[in-house]
Design a protein around this ligand. Structure first.
Ligand SMILES: [Zn+2]
Length: 397
């Protein structure tokens, strides 16, 4: 049977041999950035390359620009997924480096082919659209695409090397207030939805003092009337309730809803509550996977690698995947710290020499972690046990 040392050599060689082909795709995506949900060109060129390279491709999966590329037999061993992002941002193109993200996943999967041939199992590239705006991974998870995956491994371009970390659950809630129009000089004939919204906004501000650690409420008055001499019959508040656990974010939402109800009643209005964007679950971190990624980063000579960040920050659709299987999203440096995320400079870095190097290092790191999981069942088991423990704990607010 093939040894792990042999697998590692094969992976490093395959990364070198196939880097140029994937680099061209990263460049093509950079040249033609498409925003979330509209990544038709990306969908086309990524799936074409994967098909040419021996993967069985399912196009337009779950979402018009979602896809699955598979190599190997799922029942013959572990199923390892490399989720790929490829959505860009308005104005700054690939300022979040998702073109590189996608390329790293493709190259990692390609590098795993000879391992799968020798040892069985299946390697997947899961094309997950619209990370920035519609939470494509959430829809792919709901569509069952990750159901039989044993581990999901991915790396995001950044201005530093890192092992990733926890992220916050996010519940996006809209409160809509309904009152009654009236002339400003005969206000008593109406009911001001704006007054109800302002009162609710104030009451929800008072909630902040009572939030648990690392919980946030961000809100705006999204509509508050149109004319000063008309009592507004309609007003709305848009909120993000964020917390380390979704259960906590939902409890915060419930508290806010009570305040909104009371404010509406006080102003003779009514209030409706709805979810206006895709809720993002928190990310369950997997320390064992982080340890494996750290070891590969060190082996590849990457320095100043930030440890796993345990205090949750921001929100990402990777969270949804992390509830289905052991998951890691590491970071790889493609620019100096002066280059910030969501900038044109970050987009340029994806096609710079540092970006090219990160493509190869990132792909090698992911594939080497995958090979370890395949060669050492005890390591895979440790990741799985940690995943199950964290998932069970997440249910408690
Ligand atoms: Zn991103």
């Amino acid at each position: 049977m093939q040894t792990q040392a042999q697998s590692r050599e094969q992976i490093k060689q395959a990364v070198k041999d196939n880097a140029a082909g994937v680099r061209a795709i990263v460049q093509a995506l950079y040249d033609k950035p498409e925003i979330g949900g509209e990544e038709y060109y990306a969908h086309e060129i990524m799936t074409a390359w994967l098909e040419e390279n021996g993967f069985t491709v399912t196009r337009n999966l779950v979402m018009p620009t979602g896809y699955l590329a598979a190599y190997g037999e799922p029942n013959s061993g572990l199923v390892i997924a490399f989720p790929a992002e490829y959505d860009a941002l308005p104005e700054v193109g690939h300022g979040c480096a998702h073109n590189l993200f996608g390329g790293i996943s493709m190259l990692a999967a390609k590098a795993m082919q000879s391992i799968v041939d020798a040892l069985g199992g299946q390697v997947l590239v899961i094309g997950t659209p619209a990370e920035e705006n519609f939470g494509g991974k959430i829809k792919m998870v709901e569509g069952g695409v990750f159901d039989h995956v044993n581990a999901a491994l991915m790396i995001h371009g950044s201005n530093k090397n890192g092992l990733g970390g926890a992220s916050l659950a996010l519940n996006p809630v809209r409160f809509e207030f309904h009152g009654k129009n009236a002339h400003g000089c005969k206000a008593y004939e109406g009911a001001s939805a704006l007054d109800a919204a302002v009162l609710a906004f104030t009451a929800i501000n008072f909630q902040r003092q009572f939030l648990k650690e690392n919980c946030y409420i961000h809100g705006v008055i999204s509509q508050g009337g149109t004319a000063a001499n008309v009592i507004p019959a309609y007003a709305s508040l848009d909120y993000y309730f964020r917390a380390p656990k979704m259960a906590t974010a939902l409890a915060m939402t419930e508290d806010a809803a009570k305040r909104a109800e009371a404010a509406a009643a006080a102003c003779s209005c009514t209030v409706e509550q709805s979810i206006y964007e895709c809720p993002y679950g928190e990310t369950l971190i997997n320390e064992k996977l982080a340890e494996l990624l750290a070891a590969e980063y060190a082996e590849l000579g990457l320095t100043e690698v930030e440890p796993l960040v345990l205090v949750p920050h921001g929100s990402t659709d990777v969270g949804a995947v992390s509830f289905v299987c052991p998951t890691i999203q590491g970071y790889i440096k493609i620019a100096g710290e002066e280059v910030v995320g969501h900038s044109k400079e970050m987009a340029e870095a994806t096609v710079s020499p540092a970006g090219h190097q990160a493509l190869e290092d990132g792909a090698a790191a992911l594939a080497l972690v995958a090979a370890k999981l395949i060669h050492e069942p005890a390591v895979m088991m440790a990741c799985q046990v940690e995943f199950e423990q964290k998932k069970a704990r997440a249910a408690q607010a």
